[in-house]
Design a binder for this molecule. Structure first.
Ligand code: BGC
Length: 762
């Protein structure tokens, strides 16, 4: 081709491209800002198209705007893995063959890592899985506060403390959203029990709302930048949480400036006008009026479907409110599916398996590890040189825990059971025998159409127990693996537990096992605290959570010392149910009277209650042992950027209020005094010595997990901001910083404080 021809051709092509670019609508322009794309798309949409994108079209999807090429939204549970595909209009599994995910540890386990880096890894990995599966909204994470150990869904949440939950939820959300997938933080708000969740009205003080139940949601929105939030089932101030003037319009959208979408929980919408006016943006899972139930057009009778359209057409609903909702849904789409920088994701990869294992390893908590009677060494880690025969007992050693528990149930690509993990790690060096010891009634595996309930059979618990005890006496050591199991009433959505005790006569079994063999380690798999009437007899106790695909590998590596445990409890274990705030005869209330539940325990939830009432917990919030030991020493104290050597610091109120970030930083030397490398979580609690309103004895405000080699020292850093010193004053309706004396308490758990730094605010 001659040069002239070439130049001419190029000019023609460039011209054509410029022309095409000029023709390209702004909403399709990847270089345009999200807001201009939203506005452009909005003004092109008809009234019908606008209403259509506000409600579901199937169990987990909502329509886009087909005429404009704006894609649908596809949602998935959440929060521990990407749920298997279900049928279009049914809860049953769709029997796809390409939807087996990596199951990540339950969020309780993530919280127990006390490690924001693990939360980022978690979010990024699960976000990649969601992206690969073409989901643009992940229905999770859950951050409802753990108020009672009976709550069937606590395993999907991040524990009892607002500071811990906030610091874990933020990186989770960021990690998910890096993939162009929205995190839908749930269940906003006050869904702290499953009993009567669909209608119970929660009564509580503004102070408890702001200090305990909202901070993790606020952090997810303001620091994590969450693009979606799910309204809860329950009521607050007499209005359903999914269309609640106070929670959604006032707090979330006005005060916190949330610009994402509010999605209803599935079936949590009850009224068109409230849904329109009280802050709901997208309606999912509604049961229709019964007459249309499951008919193909059932979605048209959703509260935000034809009934909304009719009000709009009659001029009884305003366009401004409609457009606000539509903008939010469009923003969601431009942030996710139509984002030009959206990566492609990956699914079921070895990297995700490794992420799941690492998180599980960091979350497993060593609760107790004593030297048994007539022994010279602690039970854990198992010494394979001195142990020839191990008896593994308990159904949870073999039970698949990624299945069950409600909407978070998963179809996992694989799941290593504890027994498999133990055999893989030590089977060639130690003889490993397994007996069940107890059994729970069988449940349905995957919920697919036509799957039958398993036949009920007689379980001879006494016989199973006798067999286990007999064998225990002949082994060098026993590893009991039991706990709860996500069956109905045993950590399951839709129903709370009915007691703090372990089910299936496990207490009797554990007591008999340890009597037969004092070298017995008890591993509890659960998402909740359980009673341990045998605690003083059993030398070693581990809380291993529901840990996902790699559960067995992670547990085995901790039990055999390949990994030094570093998890800390994200909630307190009470001795008795009555010791817990919600169940205390001194002011607790649970589950309410089926109409209202009054959170009379107010801000005194979890350790805040136990400490105020001077009740000794079974295991304290923040507790977790290691195979090594750590010594703490205050290294430096910095106030407002200046090193301070004086023993008592006085901070001036005027100055503090001017400072946005940290007002004081504490650097702590953490020395590993043992012979094993390990990680320690240094926890900072603040104690307000005197205040106008009653305050907890102390409250967690910061923490830092540091890895320290044996014999070495590392520096942990925790800091205090002005906000950490404030309380919420109901009467004033605002956060208050009061002058007075404070203590910064630095420790290894809420009941093991190692350093105290006094300071005053003048
Ligand atoms: C649960 C949500 C879940 C939704 C969809 C509801 O029952 O409360 O957490 O995301 O179902 O499965």
């Amino acid at each position: 081709m001659s040069n002239i021809l070439h130049v001419l051709l190029c000019a023609l092509i460039t011209g054509a491209m410029t022309f095409a670019a000029a023709q390209q609508p702004v909403y399709l322009d990847p270089d345009a800002s999200i807001e201009s794309r939203v506005e452009d798309a909005l003004q092109r949409m008809t009234l019908r198209e606008k209403v259509a994108i506000l409600h579901a079209q199937s169990k987990f999807s909502s329509p886009g705007v087909p005429r404009l090429g704006i894609p649908e939204n596809w949602m998935s549970d959440g929060p521990h893995g990407i749920r298997a595909e279900v049928m279009w209009d049914e809860w049953y599994g769709a029997n796809w063959t390409n939807d087996s995910c990596i199951a990540f540890p339950a969020l309780t386990c993530l919280a127990a890592t006390w490690n924001p880096d693990m939360a980022l890894l978690y979010g990024r990995s699960i976000g990649e899985e969601a992206r690969y599966r073409n989901k643009n909204v992940l229905l999770g994470p859950g951050v409802n506060i753990y108020r009672t150990p009976l709550n069937g869904r606590n395993f999907e949440y991040m524990g009892e403390d607002p500071c811990l939950a906030s610091k874990i939820v933020v990186p989770y959300v960021k990690g998910v959203q890096q993939n162009g997938v929205a995190a839908c933080v749930k269940h906003y708000a006050l869904n702290n029990q499953e009993v009567a969740r669909g209608h119970i009205n929660v009564i509580l003080s503004d102070r408890a709302l702001y200090e305990i139940y909202l901070p993790a949601f606020k952090a997810a929105v303001q620091e994590g930048g969450a693009w979606a939030i799910m309204g809860a089932y329950n009521k607050y101030k007499g209005e359903f949480a999914s269309h609640n003037q106070y929670l959604l319009n006032r707090i979330l959208k006005h005060d916190w400036k949330f610009d994402g979408v509010v999605v209803s929980d599935w079936g949590a919408t009850h009224n068109t006008e409230e849904a329109i006016n009280n802050g709901l943006d997208m309606e999912f899972g509604s049961w229709t009026d019964g007459m249309n139930w499951s008919k193909s057009n059932a979605y048209d009778v959703y509260y935000l479907a034809n009934p909304y359209l009719e009000l709009l057409e009659q001029g009884k609903a305003d366009i401004k409110t409609l457009d606000d909702k539509v903008r939010r849904v469009l923003r969601l789409i431009f942030r996710t599916t139509m984002s030009p920088s959206r990566p492609y994701g990956s699914f079921g990869s070895p990297e995700h398996g490794l992420a799941a294992r690492t998180i599980a390893e960091q979350g497993i908590v060593l609760l107790k590890n004593n030297v048994p009677v007539k022994s010279t060494s602690a039970v854990l880690p198992v010494d394979v040189n001195k142990t020839k025969k191990i008896l593994v007992v308990g159904e949870n050693a073999v039970k698949r825990m990624t299945i069950g528990g409600g909407s978070s149930s998963l179809k996992a690509k694989y799941e290593i059971s504890p027994l498999d993990g133990i055999k893989a790690l030590a089977g060639s060096r130690v003889q490993i025998t397994y007996v069940k010891g107890y059994e729970s009634p069988a449940v349905k595996e995957q919920d697919v159409l036509g799957a039958k309930d398993p036949e009920t059979k007689e379980i001879d618990i006494a016989g199973l127990r006798a067999e286990a005890v007999e064998q225990a006496a002949q082994a060098d050591m026993v590893i009991f693996i039991g706990g709860l199991n996500k069956n109905d009433y045993q950590d399951c959505e839709g129903m709370d537990r009915t007691a703090l005790s372990l089910p299936y006569e496990q207490d009797a079994l554990i007591a008999a096992l340890v009597k037969a063999n004092p070298r017995t380690a008890v591993v509890i798999i659960s998402g909740n605290a359980v009673a341990m009437p045998w605690v003083s007899q059993v030398p070693a106790i581990v809380e291993a959570w529901y840990s996902g695909s790699e559960a067995g590998n992670a547990l085995a590596r901790v039990l055999f010392g390949e990994v030094n445990p570093s998890g800390k409890l994200p909630f307190s274990f009470p001795v008795r149910l009555e010791d817990n705030s919600a169940h205390s005869p001194k002011g607790g209330e649970y589950p309410g009277n089926n109409v209202d539940v009054n959170y009379k325990d107010d801000i005194f939830v979890g350790y805040r209650w136990l400490e105020r009432e001077k009740i000794k917990p079974l295991f304290a919030f923040g507790h977790g042992l290691s195979y090594t030991a750590f010594e703490y020493d205050l290294y430096a104290r910095t106030y407002n950027g200046i090193d301070s050597k004086t023993p008592t610091v006085t901070l001036s109120m005027q100055e503090i209020t001017k400072i946005e970030g940290e007002i004081m930083r504490l650097d702590i030397k953490v020395k590993n005094t043992g012979t094993t490398d390990g990680a320690e979580v240094v926890q900072l609690y603040i104690s307000d010595k005197k205040s106008s309103l009653p305050r907890p004895v102390k409250e967690l405000k910061d923490f830092d997990k540091v890895y320290v080699e044996a014999g070495k020292t590392a520096i942990a850093t925790v800091s205090i901001t002005a906000d950490d010193l404030k309380y919420y004053d109901d009467k004033k309706g605002q956060w208050v910083l009061e002058a007075g004396d404070f203590e910064a308490l630095v420790g290894s758990s809420s009941s093991d404080i190692r350093l105290t730094v006094k300071f005053a605010v003048k």
